[in-house]
Every structure is written in structure tokens, then in C-alpha cells.
Design a protein around this ligand. Structure first.
Ligand code: UDP
Ligand code: MG
Length: 316
């Protein structure tokens, strides 16, 4: 039985050796004697020595296969490339920085072997070592997206997971370009078992996700998985229009029946309303823009990534 381990790497020259050693340990451990492994490293356009490291490993170790991207396409694209390349019966995705403990892999394999589930996924139960403000926004994101979407996206779920072949094939059938894997994993379904672990800090290097990048990613996730915000825009618009109409009626009655005309003091409230409604319209337009933009990008049908070089494949 073949097990593929996919590792997206972006400027990971410091942590990659740690991970590679840990993966070799797993491969050579007692528990995994009856399994064969392939390690698939995806170099996501790193500007450091990551690519050279990966090629070195591939030269000395037949388990290692790789794809080198022509530039940085993002972790999502790297995961997709890895899934496409993987041939294993079980496929796992893990970070290069040891935040996804490789020591969990034997247990994950055991669960799949016992056929208790189709996916074993890891989930952080703590966010220790992460800036407080980031945890707060992350938690809010999960609350919001789960209210709006039909599929449940677990808080603290990482991309670290071991999946059966059927699940991988299902994920590869989702060919959209603006990928939000946490959502896609939940969307394809299948029986999932969660392994909980505490947050492990990075072994080396720095996180590649700035606050702004994470924020964009959150918007991508919401827009990719629900059209609820569009509905929100129309509901809010309707409420405002209704309020405006009632307001208008009120003044009309005041003028016709009560004969009150001297309305200069009403000027501030008028201004408020104009500003408020103007803001709402802009917001709704922005929302629609997100979806239209997305449609535009999808219709261009560009590939998710461009390969500069990949490990040689033996012909079968
Ligand atoms: N990564 C990538 N492309 C990117 C950013 C990150 O392939 O543009 C990889 C990175 O090398 C690592 C994983 O995605 O293996 C997770 O990144 P990181 O540890 O920076 O994220 P965090 O753990 O802080 O969420
Ligand atoms: Mg990390």
C-alpha cells in the first residue's frame, strides 16, 4: 500500500531538513513496515535554497518526488498540484514547518486501515503561541462562515489530513481556480475523524501569512462557499428602502394633514439618510463586485499553477 505525503514549501530552507528527517523516521518506524511511502515536495516559488534542498533529497532518495513552480502561486495551488501528482492509496497534506506533527501519521494510517472513516484530520484545540488578535479574528471568521454556509468548517481544522483515494479523486473533481481547501474538504463530505492536538510552534523560519493575506483568504473562503452575503445586500437594501418610504409618507402626511412646512431642522437627518443609503449601495456594489470578479477569473480558465520543473516519472 502506497502512502503519499504532500508538503507545500515556500521559503522553508530552515525547517525542511527537520521535516524530512521526521518523515524518514515515520517511514522507517515499526508501525509502518508494511507500507511504502512517497514524499511529494511542492516548491511554491521560494526565493531561498528550498528548491535545491528538495532536488538534493530527490537525488539521494527514490521516495522523493517534487514539483517546482515557476513563481509563488500560494499554498492552495501547491496543495492542488500535490494532490494531482500523488499516486498513493492514502494521501496526506502537511506543512513544512513541523506544525503538523509527523508523529501523528502512524495513528492516522491505523484509523483508515480499520475503515472507521475516510478522512483523518487534525485540529488544533489551542491557539497558543499565536497573537491574540489573530486568534480573535480567526474565531470570528469560523463563526461567520458557519452561519452562512451549508457545510460545516471546523474551527481550528488544519489542512493536515490523511485521505483515502476516493476522497482525493473527489477533491480533484473540484476544479475551481480560487481554491479554499478547508471549504472544499468539508464540501466533498465523507466520514471524517478528528485528531486533536495542541498548537506546536514553527521549528524555524517565519509564518508566510501576514494579517492582510489571511484577511483576503477569509474573504475568498466566504465568497467561494456561499452567496449569503449577496442576499444580505438585497435584504439590507430592502429594509433601507422601506424605511425611506415610511419616512417619506410621514412627511407627506405632516405636510398635507397637519400643514407643517417649516422643515429646515430636518436637514441633518436627511443628510444622515443620504450618507447611510449611499454607503449601503456602495457596500452592495462591492459585494457584487467580489462575485463578478470571481466569475471573471474563473471564465478565463487559467491553470491553477505553472510547473517549471518536476521529478522524473517512471512510465507505467
Ligand atoms: N506556503 C506555501 N505558499 C505560500 C505560503 C505558505 O506553500 O504562499 C506553505 C508553507 O511553506 C508551509 C505551509 O504553507 O509549509 C503553511 O505556511 P505557514 O507555516 O507560513 O502558515 P501558518 O502555519 O502560519 O498558518
Ligand atoms: Mg505554519
Amino acid at each position: 500500500m502506497l502512502i503519499s505525503l504532500i508538503v507545500p514549501c515556500y521559503n522553508e530552507e530552515e525547517s525542511l531538513p527537520h521535516l524530512y528527517n521526521a518523515l524518514c523516521e515515520v517511514r522507517d518506524s515499526e508501525a509502518c513496515q508494511d507500507k511504502t511511502f512517497e514524499f511529494i515536495f511542492i516548491n511554491d516559488g521560494s526565493s531561498d535554497k528550498t528548491a535545491e534542498l528538495i532536488k538534493e533529497y530527490a537525488a539521494s532518495d527514490p521516495c522523493v518526488r517534487y514539483v517546482l513552480f515557476s513563481r509563488n502561486f500560494g499554498k492552495e495551488s501547491a496543495m492542488y498540484a500535490g494532490l494531482q501528482k500523488a499516486k498513493g492509496d492514502y494521501v496526506a497534506i502537511m506543512d513544512a514547518d513541523m506544525q503538523d506533527p509527523p508523529s501523528l501519521i502512524p495513528d492516522m494510517i491505523k484509523s483508515l486501515d480499520a475503515d472507521e472513516c475516510d478522512i483523518v484530520a487534525a485540529r488544533r484545540v489551542t491557539r497558543e503561541g499565536e497573537p491574540k488578535i489573530r486568534s480573535f479574528f480567526a474565531r470570528s471568521f469560523y463563526r461567520i462562515i458557519n452561519k452562512m454556509c451549508d457545510v460545516e468548517i471546523a474551527d481550528g481544522a488544519r489542512d493536515f489530513r490523511l485521505m483515502k483515494r476516493t476522497v482525493v479523486d473527489a477533491i480533484l473533481k473540484v476544479t475551481e481556480r480560487q481554491r479554499f481547501s478547508k471549504g472544499i474538504f468539508a464540501w466533498v463530505g465523507f466520514r471524517t475523524e478528528w485528531i486533536e492536538h495542541v498548537n506546536t510552534p514553527r521549528v524555524a523560519g517565519e509564518t508566510k501569512w501576514s494579517f492582510w493575506k489571511l484577511f483576503r483568504y477569509a474573504i475568498d473562503g466566504i465568497v467561494a462557499f456561499t452567496i449569503a452575503p449577496l442576499r444580505f445586500a438585497s435584504i439590507a437594501g430592502f429594509i433601507c428602502a422601506a424605511a425611506g418610504f415610511i419616512y417619506l409618507l410621514y412627511y407627506f402626511i405632516r405636510a398635507i394633514i397637519l400643514q407643517i412646512y417649516n422643515d429646515v431642522p430636518g436637514y441633518p437627518s436627511l443628510l444622515c439618510f443620504i450618507l447611510f443609503i449611499g454607503g449601503l449601495i456602495l457596500m452592495a456594489l462591492g459585494l457584487i463586485g467580489e462575485y463578478v470578479g470571481r466569475t471573471y477569473i474563473e471564465t478565463k480558465g487559467r491553470p491553477v499553477y505553472i510547473t517549471a520543473e518536476e521529478s522524473e516519472e517512471e512510465q507505467n
